[in-house]
Design a protein around this ligand. Structure first.
Ligand code: DP6
Length: 359
């Protein structure tokens, strides 16, 4: 269904050409989005921490043209393989941003982390691109910040569902849920009703496998249609959203850990029980999980793990345990990481406009 409130208004004086660049972060979901309805509407509400160090930097150069052309460069190299998803994105947003039909676009993008490794590069990538595109519209209209970020989230969603949450910090909520005022299936909303401890939460990403995933998230979402456990999974997610709201406000870390790990394991259980079934866990994913649980038991440091649609493990903990965590990783977990690599990340402050120039 068309969302009329997002159709561009009063954009008569669009720039002839220009360049705009944004830096936009990845996010890690605590209650996961897994399963969707056309087009890009979630089967259940989800909530994530917006990250700080894992981000995409995108520069969009544009020049008026008779029809749209798009070139994509990743890390300085032209990448035709990304064009399909980006073309679909432009087709989906045309009704809301008709001006995208008449520009020649050049997209230059870089990630601070490996793409297609289970770290949501589509989340940072599409949010960065949506913010760049919408900046052209903002230049020619009187869009206020609130409307700008709301529409940016809406457009990001049409590129990749989880991308719509990356626009906001410290957390983003996507999907209509009666306990979250203003929440919607169409766009994410910022969520900050959280105890101080969660505003600086740490997420160290242990890179178990940096290769391309065998099954994309988009395919996995599709397999939730007709999945034997789908409806109980969606009910569970709905209840987890309610429970998590209280946990976040009170700063109840033990309850947080229980809920977040259950979400991560349920996500992968859905993959292992779909038809056809698949598994993104690697032996070292399990090795890390067991080590973390043993360490938690022995040290009483409240470590928790979560997973995205990939083999990498996100180690979550309050920032007061940073030194202990890094020592633990170096001593016991690094052996399970590909090329001993991990990324130290934490809750961040959202996207950043880097440069803009219009003519
Ligand atoms: C497991 O947002 O990558 O990371 O909408 O098809 O692009 P598409 O899928 P995507 O799925 C993310 C799934 C997840 C959970 C989450 O981030 O909520």
């Amino acid at each position: 269904m068309r969302q009329d409130e997002f159709i561009a208004q009063g954009t008569g004086l669009l720039p002839e050409k220009g360049e705009v660049s944004w830096q936009s972060p990845s996010n890690i979901a605590l209650v996961k989005y897994w399963g969707k309805k056309p087009i890009q509407l979630p089967a259940n509400a989800s909530i994530s921490f917006t990250l700080k160090n894992c981000y995409t930097s995108t520069k969009l150069s544009f020049q008026k043209a008779n029809c749209r052309t798009v070139q994509v460069f990743v890390d300085g190299k032209e990448q035709a393989s990304f064009l399909k998803k980006i073309k679909t994105f432009f087709e989906r947003i045309e009704v809301y941003c008709p001006y995208v039909k008449n520009y020649a676009f050049k997209i230059e993008t870089e990630n601070t982390f490996p793409h297609s490794s289970g770290i949501a590069s589509s989340a940072s990538g599409f949010s960065a691109l949506a913010l760049c595109v919408l900046s052209i519209e903002r230049k020619a209209s009187s869009m206020k910040d609130e409307g700008f970020y709301k529409k940016a989230s809406f457009l990001s969603r049409l590129g990749s569902g989880s991308a719509c949450r990356s626009v906001f910090s410290p957390m983003g909520v996507w999907g209509a849920h009666e306990h979250y005022v203003g929440s919607s299936d169409q766009f994410a909303i910022p969520y900050a009703d959280v105890n101080e401890v969660f505003k600086s939460y740490q997420d160290t990403i242990l890179l178990v496998d940096k290769g391309e995933k065998k099954v994309s998230s988009t395919l996995g979402h599709g397999l939730m249609v007709g999945h034997p456990y789908a409806s109980s999974r969606f009910d569970q997610a709905k209840n987890h959203m309610i429970d998590l709201q209280k946990i976040l406000k009170e700063g109840n870390i033990l309850a947080f850990n229980g809920l977040v790990e259950k979400e991560a394991l349920t996500l992968h259980a859905m993959m292992m029980t779909s038809d056809p079934y698949f598994m993104l866990f690697k032996p070292n994913t399990l090795n890390i999980i067991h080590k973390v649980w043993a360490k938690r038991e022995e040290s009483k440091v409240p470590f928790a793990i979560t997973l995205d649609a990939g083999a990498n493990v996100h180690l979550l903990y309050p920032d007061q345990y940073k030194q202990v965590a890094l020592q633990f990783i170096r001593d016991e977990l690094i052996v399970y990481c590909e090329n001993q690599q991990y990324i130290c990340d934490e809750v961040g402050t959202g996207p950043l406009l880097k440069t803009e120039s219009y003519a």
